[in-house]
Each structure stands twice: as structure tokens, then as C-alpha cells.
Write a protein that binds this ligand. Sequence first.
Ligand code: BES
Ligand code: ZN
Length: 456
Amino acid sequence: MLSKDLEAYFAANTTAARDELFELLRIPSVSARSEHNADTARAADWVAQSLSGIGFKTTVHPTAGHPVVVGEWRKAPKGAQTILIYGHYDVQPAEPLELWNSPPFEPAIRDGKIFARGSVDDKGQLYLHIKALAAHLSARGTLPVNVIVLAEGEEEVGSEHLAEFIESHTDLLRCDGVVISDSAMYAPGQPSILSSLRGLAYFEIEVVGPASDLHSGIYGGAVMNPAMALARILATMHDANGHIAIPGFYDKVRDWGDAARKQVRSLPFDDEHFRAETGSPALFGEQGYSTLERLWMRPTCEVNGLLSGYTGEGAKTVLPSKAMAKVSCRLVPDQSPEEIEKLMRAHVERVAPKGVTATVKHLHGGRAWRADLNGPLFDAARRALASAFDREPVITGEGGSIPVVGDFQRVLGAPVLLVGFGLPGENAHAPNEWMSEENYYQGMRAMAALWDELGK
Ligand code: BES
Ligand code: ZN
């Protein structure tokens, strides 16, 4: 049970918690787009002000990219732990806009869902932490633990400057544990603790042929077509069984062990329900693995985008001079983005047809992560989640990536607790992103309970 004073705070602050989040959601802090740089900076300031407003000492640190906001509250009783809460205030681009049922930066609630770009990824999950801290500070004037809040603005573009920031601010960020809410619960009402994330290696492959676009009648058939060449390159990346065919790709994949496989199999999972959620006519993946294993325990190689030739209305008989593909690989332990980059380059070089030049650019990457779910932070989280949701948490994995998790663990030597409040089908990165309003409030209560548990 959450203590009465905190419950009273949340009961009295429901509307404020929603309205304040809406203010943050109205700021289009799209980190990938330079035309939104001022908005992204405004979101950083908004987060900083909200932290100052509840009594945190707050600094907005400029970086070569978007700013890092750090808030500190270090007045806990002697001997108390110090916890770092990480979240991101940047969001993915909202396009294609025409597919949104309400404008992405005008938050709206329908069917208990808060619709807006960034509602669940990650503004709602960041702000629920700030409200949980506010509850303690407002109801009691104090917190049972020292807290550092670190909010970054480059998560959605690969956290390019964050590892460097952490490395150069170890004194400021030193802590006994890191808490992150930037993932989803396994099912509605089912609190979840995350035990793994996949890593990422993101590439741009460009294929160049003739010096300019050509008439496909005058020249077609006598020169290599870059779009066809790119298609051929991409087609070599998997075999018919969904196995990745880039030589050496699986060399560093560590066996997860029977315990992990058993853990995954113990979760209820319905392929048909999952298929329906995706809207795909059928599921497809690497043979020999279940859907959850494919999602959490196996690496991938996916095309994220393709560009070439004429794509407008009607027909144009053209032989394009170039073609480009965005290709990314989700990685698992112990694959490294640097090694995958080498393998990808060598592979593309080997399979690229004659008559074009193919180049591979590595955009960004990060390693996969697996938690050791032992220790006081995880025990406290189990109890706090069980008390807020009235149900024992389950241990899950995720196929997504949060590259900075590994940096926290490596540089600060602190355990990282990933406890997310999103839900399956939340449309993160897609049109009509939403966060469950109930989870927003339950998440606050759970995190307020966590601080109490850690103070015991
Ligand atoms: N919140 C996600 C990470 C995530 C996704 C966690 C799914 C759990 C499940 C995060 O904002 C994100 O989208 N990360 C990017 C990282 C990339 C840009 C380096 C991702 O996974 O694509
Ligand atoms: Zn995201």
C-alpha cells in the first residue's frame, strides 16, 4: 500500500499532472530536425523549470547537440542511497501527419489514452517521475533517497553526446542505481521489469551508377541500374529462412542459457494476437525461434527506408543515377556495432554488382544490454510495483534499444533498473502514439512507492 499522504497528493493533483504533461507534449522537440532546434531547447528548459519548481538544483548543460538537463536533490538522511533517474525529452518526427487522428502536438485523450507524439516515448514516462518526486517533496518536504534527474534531448537520434557527457561528469552523476522508464509493460495491469534490450548498428547504403539520371529507353539495358543493384545487395542479406547471411554476423552471439529461455517461455504469448496488433497478413522470422525469442534474443537486419528514381504520380521512363537504403541491425550480446560495421562493409563490397559503386556509412550504434536482476534496487522495485498495481511484476525483454544504458553501467558502475509504463500497441515512433492515462498515474504511484522502499 502506498502511504496515505502520497495517495492524498496524487488524488489532489490528477488534473495538474495531466495539464502539465500536456504543456510538455505541445512542444515539438523533434531532435532529428534542425528546424525544431529552438523547440527542443524549449523542452529542455521546460523540464529544467519543472525540476526547479519542486526544489531541485537544476542546470541545463549545452552539448554539441541538444542540451542535457540535470536536476539534483541531495538532502536525504545520512547514509541514504543516491539514485539517478534518466529520461529523454526529445521525440521522433511525427510524419506522416495525415495518418494522425488528432494533431501530434495537440494532446488529446480518447478511450483513456493520451494521444500525442512523445506521450509514451518518453515525455509521459519522464514526467511521471517528476510528479512522483513532487509528491514526496510536497507531502513531506523530503525524499528518502538523494535523486539526480538526467534528461537528454538526443535519445531518438542515437544519444551521440551523452556517453561523453557521462564520462566527463562522473562526480556529478555518481550514484547507487539508475532508474529508467522508457519501455512498456508486458500487458495492461501487468507491471514489468526489463531484463534485456537489443543494441543497434545503423547504416546508410548508397549505390551510384551513371553520372545523372538517364532515359531508360536510350540507355536502359546497357548500363547497370543502381536501384536494381541496391535491390540485389539487399536481397543477399537474408536466406529464405530469415537467417542473416552476412558472413560472420552470428559469430559473437552469446547463448542466452536455459534459464533465460525458460523465463521467456513462461510468459503468456499469443502469436495470433501479436499478428493482429501488427496488421501483417502473417508473421515471419528466423526459423527455429519463437516470436518472443526473435524479438528479444535474436539479432535482425532490416531495411528502414529506400530511395531511388521516380516515385511521383504516373509513369516516368528513367534510369536513376543513384539509390539509397537505410539499413539497421538490432544486436544482441556480445555483438558490437563496430564489428558489425566491418562485416557489413565487407559484405556489401563483395556482393555489389559491377557497374556501380556502393558505399556504406555507419550512422550510429550501441550495444545490447542484459541485466543482473539481483540486489536491493530490484527487490525494492518488485515490492513497489506489486503495491501500486496489486500484482507481482514479470520479467520481460525488449527488442528496442537504449544505448546509454550500457554507458551508465560501464561508467558509473551502477545497476540499471528499467521499469516501463507503456503498453503493447502504443504506436511509439508511429502515427497516433499514445500513453495509457491510467498507467501514467499508476506509474507515479509505483515510483513514489519505490523511493519509500529504498528508504526503508
Ligand atoms: N523508448 C525507446 C526504446 C525502447 C523501444 C525500449 C522499445 C523498449 C522497447 C527509445 O526511445 C527508442 O526508440 N530508442 C531507439 C534507439 C536508437 C535511436 C538508438 C530505438 O530503439 O530505435
Ligand atoms: Zn523512441
